[in-house]
Ligand binder design. Structure first.
Ligand SMILES: NC(=O)c1ccc[n+]([C@@H]2O[C@H](COP(=O)([O-])OP(=O)(O)OC[C@H]3O[C@@H](n4cnc5c(N)ncnc54)[C@H](OP(=O)(O)O)[C@@H]3O)[C@@H](O)[C@H]2O)c1
Length: 279
């Protein structure tokens, strides 16, 4: 369905809802992926850092979905920034996944104090130019990181994957990305179910629409032109999280959720992450 797909700035289509697989273990992977594919997911978000690329690749191979119908994202881990290492660890990621290309390859964190993200991105441009990857982008880039990247490299990132949820809506960064045709993907879109999904504003809206709180929050992300990669290992929730294309939120409800913003991150501040600070 066209409504489910977002056309990136190079016209490559990316499903609006993907399954985030951070913390999905090898034991859980088969069941989660089977449920996800049956529910209609075609996009999967992993990373070298998650140590589950092999399990994801195996689970996808056990399905009969052709590779070209899947959208696989992986990320360059901080420790492997730098031109040559980027190429080396991209190769490891595709080997782990058992595929010969990635749909999207992202820098995981800028790690600005190490000053390697420009050359890492240049290696990604090379991979893109050579057809190893359909689109390239970044994660956790603030406006100042993006400005420098766009000044010093050629390919405008297709995606910036950042922490976004109703308590931390990053509207200014979203506006900047919208202006430059960089698609925002929300990580932690459900705030890891830590006190957001029982907020009375959300539960009241959910009751009115006869939807679940998670569906309301996910639909709110879509209303803001974002892609989403909710993680779940639970088949019922996996189905619930993609079953959001049969309704729209009224503007007043979107505004109510916008008003929940308190500008508080749950995750790390990208300016404080350097190579070696995250294990
Ligand atoms: N680029 C980055 O730096 C970065 C950082 C963090 C995450 N990510 C990506 O973003 C993805 C999503 O973020 P996240 O995993 O941090 O957080 P999230 O998707 O906001 O939340 C996942 C948590 O919410 C629960 N959940 C899922 N659906 C639910 C539902 N319908 N109702 C109630 N609870 C539900 C899950 O439980 P169960 O699994 O037990 O069902 C899990 O505990 C990750 O998997 C990863 O791919 C990227």
């Amino acid at each position: 369905m066209i409504e489910d797909v977002y056309y990136l700035n190079n016209s490559y289509p990316m499903p609006k809802v993907g399954l985030g697989v951070y913390k999905i273990t090898e034991e859980e992977m088969e069941t989660s992926i089977e449920a996800a594919l049956a529910a209609g997911y075609r996009a999967f978000d992993t990373a070298y850092f998650y140590k589950n690329e092999i399990a994801l690749g195996n689970a996808l191979k056990h399905s009969d979905i052709p590779r070209e119908d899947l959208f696989i994202t992986s990320k360059l881990w901080n420790d492997y920034q730098g031109y040559d290492k980027t190429i080396e660890y991209f190769t490891k990621s595709i080997e782990n996944l058992g595929t010969d290309y990635l749909d999207l390859f992202l820098i995981h964190w800028p790690c600005e104090e190490n000053d390697l993200f420009i050359e890492s991105y240049k290696a990604m441009e090379k991979l893109y130019e050579q057809g190893w990857v359909r689109a390239i982008g970044v994660c956790n880039f603030k406006q100042h990181h993006l400005e420098r990247l766009m000044e010093e490299t050629d390919v405008v990132p297709a995606v910036n994957q950042i922490e976004v949820h109703p308590y931390f809506n990053q509207q200014e960064l979203q506006d900047f990305c919208d202006k430059h045709d960089i698609a925002v993907t929300a990580w932690m879109p459900l705030m890891r179910n830590q006190g957001l999904l029982d907020n009375p504003i959300i539960t009241d809206i959910a009751k009115r629409y006869d939807k679940t709180p998670a569906q309301i929050v996910l639909r709110w992300h879509l209303a803001h032109n974002r892609l989403i990669i909710p993680k779940s290992k639970t088949p019922d929730r996996i189905r619930e999280n993609i079953d959001i294309f049969d309704f729209n939120l009224e503007l007043t409800d979107i505004a109510q959720i916008d008003n929940l913003n308190v500008n508080e991150r749950q995750g790390k501040d990208p300016d404080k992450v350097a190579i070696g600070t995250l294990k």
